[in-house]
Design a binder for this molecule. Structure first.
Ligand code: SF4
Ligand code: SF4
Length: 291
């Protein structure tokens, strides 16, 4: 049987590379399976460009993505936000005629011909930490740049700081099996509902404490972490069920509040992280969810 290749181009904008590191920590499939094996029978991810993972470097590696042969139907992954201030000079990859080429420019060109854009991490999805006030680099999310440039490519957001490796793997696997998710499989922030469909608070093992009004006053105390700043009541993700680090634990299990890292309000409005929320109205609740 001939194996179908799903070409993937992964750009890194303004970020910390933590989303790539998280993906490299994927347990099942692991990163070797992901890159070398068929994660879906008969289909294989062909990672054409990834600044951290690829062996190639220099002009040759840039030509793979922007060369003469114009590719189409690849998935364009964006990690990190897109700086747009001062000509976008705060994030670049490669050179053209001796001048650095910005991620802003690469992204616009590559998005035009992509099957879809997948924004990995909160910086790519919503701006995240690079776009936090006062945002001197003019960092923007993938969708903001697509809207500004009137590029009509589908965009799927997989926020998280960092996102769970399963969230990327599950989304790409879904696309390889079924094609792009229809609108009813995405919420109004373009996040897959099979990942971001329920509140952390709905599935939290400390929920009984919240309901009976037993709140931890100090880290290490028994009780709900709401008064220590937990953002679980307005954060949509499957962390309590999926757990992290190969199913070992997760943040609330380790005694720390949820920081709301998958929401557009992270980090400007969800901070200070360890302070009780006192102004609910600033969170624009509730986020409408598709069933
Ligand atoms: S710890 Fe957070 S998510 Fe869990 S019940 Fe308390 S407020 Fe909700
Ligand atoms: S528990 Fe909260 S802060 Fe932690 S990864 Fe999940 S959504 Fe982000």
């Amino acid at each position: 049987m001939q194996v179908k290749e799903q070409e993937v181009i992964w750009l890194q904008g303004a970020g910390c590379t933590g989303c790539s590191v998280s993906l490299m920590n994927s347990v099942s499939p692991n990163i070797k399976n992901l890159l070398l094996d068929e994660i879906v029978p008969g289909k294989h991810i062909n990672l054409l460009f990834h600044p951290t993972l690829m062996a190639g470097s220099g002009d040759l590696s840039i030509e793979v993505v922007l060369g003469e042969e114009k590719k189409t139907d690849y998935l364009l992954i964006l990690e990190g936000a897109i700086p747009t201030a001062k000509g976008g000079i705060f994030a670049t990859a490669g050179e053209e005629k001796g001048e650095p080429v910005t991620i802003h420019s690469h992204f616009k060109k590559l998005a035009e011909r992509a099957l879809a854009v997948v924004a990995v991490g909160t910086c790519a999805s919503f701006g995240g930490i690079p776009a936090a006030k006062p945002n001197p680099t003019g960092s923007k999310s993938a969708q903001e740049v697509l809207d500004e440039e009137n590029i009509k490519v589908p965009c799927i957001n997989i926020p998280g700081c960092p996102p769970h490796p399963d969230w990327f793997v599950a989304t790409v696997t879904y696309i390889m099996l079924n094609g792009l998710p229809p609108a009813d499989k995405l919420d109004d922030l373009k996040r897959p509902t099979f990942i971001y469909g329920q509140l952390i608070h709905e599935n939290c093992p400390r929920r009984a404490f919240f309901d009976e009004g037993k709140f931890a006053k100090n880290f290490g105390d028994e009780g709900c972490l709401y008064e220590l700043g937990c953002k679980g009541p307005f954060t949509y993700a499957d962390c309590p069920n999926r757990l992290w680090n190969g199913g070992i634990n997760w943040v609330i299990g380790a005694g720390s509040p949820c920081l709301g890292c998958v929401e557009p309000i992270f980090p400007d409005t969800s901070g200070p992280f360890y302070k009780k929320i006192s102004q609910w109205e600033k969170f624009k609740l509730p986020v409408k969810k598709e069933s």
